[in-house]
Design a protein around this ligand. Structure first.
Ligand code: AMP
Length: 284
């Protein structure tokens, strides 16, 4: 049976990292909020291709949730998660309490200038400040050589890449593809909130992306038309409320009007009260 160290304190995690580095290991890090699914596990499998000491964190980070969001309701099952990460070959699981990470009188945040002004950052104005802050802290605690993030949270991935570049973290960031259920819906811990009826409506996110891909591949260049088609498709399902549907530059996230090179199509839709996101690169 594989042995896994469960670590709750910053001091222990840092000393684990120092020892591992001292042995010459390459530390690969996969940060998560837990309630793991095959999407998370794929990041771990990808990570192990690049390093030998896989460290996973499970931390539901309060600073990335706005008022009225699902911080308290966020699904949790630590026992099950421990089994899953152990089977993937994780050597250490870092799962601190919020008070360990933020203590009292916390004051320092990492905020990016431009990337958070797009997509999810518009309806979640403090979200990426919370994400960048916690990831910077986790990088200083876990001391990885490599960290793996999912393209499912595309904006998060490029926010982290930008932060690593701007703040000179000596860490290689790897982006891993979106893992989907057999019917195409992007795996998410939040899918567990959906009723069976809502789950059918939630499929419209992926269907609208596939439809957009077909349109672009058959020569449609007008982003407005592509967004309108996606919007019509999603709105034809009950209980859906569109937060945004965007066609944008995959590096700056600036809106694109005429599609002449690969672009990112990203969307966020509430199904009932559950906010879901998905994205796809569209290639003309
Ligand atoms: P979370 O636990 O939602 O904070 O996600 C932790 C990491 O898993 C992030 O890098 C996510 O982008 C990634 N992730 C979540 N869902 C998926 C998925 N369906 N496919 C690939 N990566 C995912």
């Amino acid at each position: 049976m594989r042995v896994i160290e469960i670590i709750h304190t910053i001091a222990k995690m840092q000393s684990y990292a120092d020892q591992s580095r001292g042995k010459g290991n390459i530390i690969v890090f996969v940060p998560t909020m837990g309630y793991l699914h095959a999407g998370h596990l794929s990041l771990m499998q990808e990570g192990l291709k690049h390093g030998d000491d896989l460290v996973v964190s499970i931390f539901i980070n309060p600073t990335q949730f706005g008022p009225g969001e699902d911080l308290d309701a966020y699904p949790r099952d630590l026992e099950r998660d421990i089994e899953l990460v152990r089977k993937e070959g994780t050597k250490a699981l870092f799962t601190p309490e919020a008070k360990e990470i933020y203590g009292s009188h916390y004051q320092t945040y990492v905020a990016l200038d431009k990337l958070p002004d797009h997509l999810c950052g518009i309806s979640r104005p403090i979200h990426f400040r919370g994400v960048a802050t916690v990831v910077a802290k986790l990088f200083n605690i876990v001391k990885p050589h490599i960290a793996v993030f999912g393209q499912k949270d595309y904006q998060q991935l490029i926010v982290i890449r930008q932060m690593v570049k701007d703040l000179n973290f000596d860490i290689n960031i790897i982006g891993a593809p979106i893992v989907r259920e057999p019917d195409g819906i992007a795996m998410s811990s939040r899918n567990s909130y959906l009723t069976p009826r809502q789950r059918i409506c939630a499929l419209s996110l992926y269907e609208s992306l596939l439809n957009a891909r077909r349109l672009v591949e058959s020569g449609e260049k007008d982003a407005v038309k592509i967004i309108a088609a996606a919007s019509d498709l999603i709105k034809s399902h009950p209980e859906t409320t569109i937060d945004y549907i965007a066609v944008c530059d995959s590096e700056t996230l600036d809106e694109v009007q005429i599609i002449e090179q690969p672009v990112l199509m990203a969307l966020a839709v509430k199904v009932g009260t559950t906010r879901l996101i998905d994205n796809m690169i569209l290639k003309p």
